[in-house]
Structures are given as C-alpha cells and as structure tokens.
Write a protein that binds this ligand. Structure first.
Ligand code: KIV
Ligand code: NA
Length: 271
C-alpha cells in the first residue's frame, strides 16, 4: 500500500475496506497519528476552533493552514495528508483559487486539498484545482463554512428536496474530478444512498455507518475539546488527564517535592 497514491482509496472502497481519517494540526499530533493504522491525516480548518480558540472556522487564513500543514508534514513525512482550503481562499476568483491550492501543496507539502460545497461555483473551483494536477476532496452536508447561511450547526438533508440536492451535488463533485467526498451532519440513510451512488470513496462525520470511511477531529476523540456532539465518541479523557498532571506538578513545586534529586544536575544534598 503506497499511501501517497489516491488510487489506494478507490481500491479500499471497492473491497469495502473502511478508510480511517483523523485530523492533526502540529508536529506532535502528526507523529502520534502516523504511528497508527489511520489512513489519512486531515489538517482541517477546525484548527481555528480546537487549536486557536476561534468561535467558528471562518477566520482561518491560508497562512494559518500552511503553517500548520508544514508542521504536520514534519511529523508525518510519509502520510497521505489533506489540507482544508479555508474560507475565502476559493471563493473570489479562479486565479486565486488555483494560487491558494498550489500554495497548500508547495508550501504546506500536503498531498491533496479539501473544499466545502457543491454549488455551481464550487464545482468550478474543484475543476480548476483538479486541472492543476492537484487531488481534491469534496465536502458536503453540514459544511461549517456555511453556518451563516444555515443559521448554525444544523443537520442537513432532512427534507426530501435537500436530499435530492445533496445527492445531485455528490454526483457533480465526483464528475468534476474529486477523488473523495467528506459527508458531514446528514441522516444515515442519505449517507448510505450517496455512498452507493458515487464511485469515489465517502468519508463520514455524523453521517452514519454506511460511508466508506469515518473522520473525527483529534481533540474530540481524545476528550481534549469542550463540546461533545452526538457523532463523537471519546476514546480518552485528555482534558482531565492534563489538568490532573499539571495540578500535581504545581502542588509538587509548591511543596518542594519537585525537583527531586534525580531531576537535578550535581545535587547539593543526596537526600
Ligand atoms: O475541519 C475539519 O476538521 C473537517 C472535518 C471535520 C471533516 O473538515
Ligand atoms: Na473543515
């Protein structure tokens, strides 16, 4: 398995082998994730929220993405890495779209880019980037860059007309040349229908059990973020583990227990 070859993921869909994707945002996280069987690292614009503390993903910049992507690459030199195209980086003109996708590849050193949406202009953006020999992952459903339009983080595709529209957009992003499709915040049945309809692998987050793979945000799965949406399963309790460890350190400093002789160069007293 050459993990830098996008054909691998199509093969996995064909063999009904589940694809696992996880986000990472820096060197240390990337080192941990790349030491596992996770197939794809996503440098998501979710970094704006879980790493930078913004209220939403909208203010994440291309420079933020490049900075974090290059750190992730240093931690995971051989992994397949996808970078999110942040808000406003693919909305203004075809030239800027191409330039920004190219910068993520050349300066961020990622293998592919991901962009949200399936409207006519997003399809054109996908085509323009694919035309530059850059693999594109599409992203449909509850796309967080659309919260102003949606009026918040609301499950999409509940009504039949929305389902029709999302199914149509899924076919269109595939036709435009996307090699993969992230489906976020949709009913399980729609996730299943889209997955059975399109030839490209689907990766779900809050999209049920039948997508070709699953993705989660690193901080969410580790219990290292504040929110716990329904689609998240916590596999660790990092927030509390860290608070406990840091409090122990602080207490030991205040009590004079730390540093102990083994932490001291040429200690004056051997104890
Ligand atoms: O930004 C992100 O982490 C994402 C995933 C949740 C799909 O887009
Ligand atoms: Na994202």
């Amino acid at each position: 398995n050459n993990k830098t070859d996008i054909a691998v993921f199509k093969e996995m869909k064909h063999h009904q082998e589940k694809i696992c994707m996880l986000t990472a945002y820096d060197y240390a996280m990337a080192k941990c994730v790349s030491a596992t069987s996770v197939d794809i690292i996503l440098v998501g614009d979710s970094l704006g929220m879980v790493v930078l503390g913004y209220e939403d993903t909208l203010q994440v910049t291309l420079e933020n993405m490049i900075y974090h992507c290059s750190a992730v690459r240093r931690g995971a030199p051989d992994s397949f890495i996808i970078a999110d195209m942040p808000y406003l980086s693919f909305h203004l003109s075809e030239k800027q779209t191409r330039q920004n996708a190219g910068k993520l590849i050349v300066q961020g050193k990622v293998n592919a880019v991901k962009l949200e949406g399936g409207s006519k202009s997003r399809i054109d953006a996908i085509k323009a980037i694919v035309d530059m020999e850059i693999p594109v992952c599409a992203h449909l459903g509850l796309t967080p860059q659309s919260i102003r339009k949606f009026g918040g983080y609301k499950v999409q595709g509940k009504k039949p007309v929305e389902q029709e529209e999302l199914l149509k957009q899924a076919e269109e992003v595939a036709k435009a040349g996307a090699f993969m499709l992230v489906l976020e915040g949709i009913p399980e049945l729609l996730g299943k229908e889209i997955t059975e309809t399109v030839s490209i692998p689907t990766i779900g987050i809050g999209a049920g059990r039948f997508t070709d793979g699953q993705v989660l945000v690193y901080h969410d799965l580790l219990g290292y973020s504040d929110l716990q949406p329904k689609y998240v399963k916590r596999y660790a309790d990092l927030n509390n583990n860290i608070i406990e460890a840091v409090e122990n350190f602080s207490q030991e400093v205040k009590n004079g227990v730390f540093p102990a002789p083994e932490n001291i160069y040429y200690p004056l007293i051997q104890q």
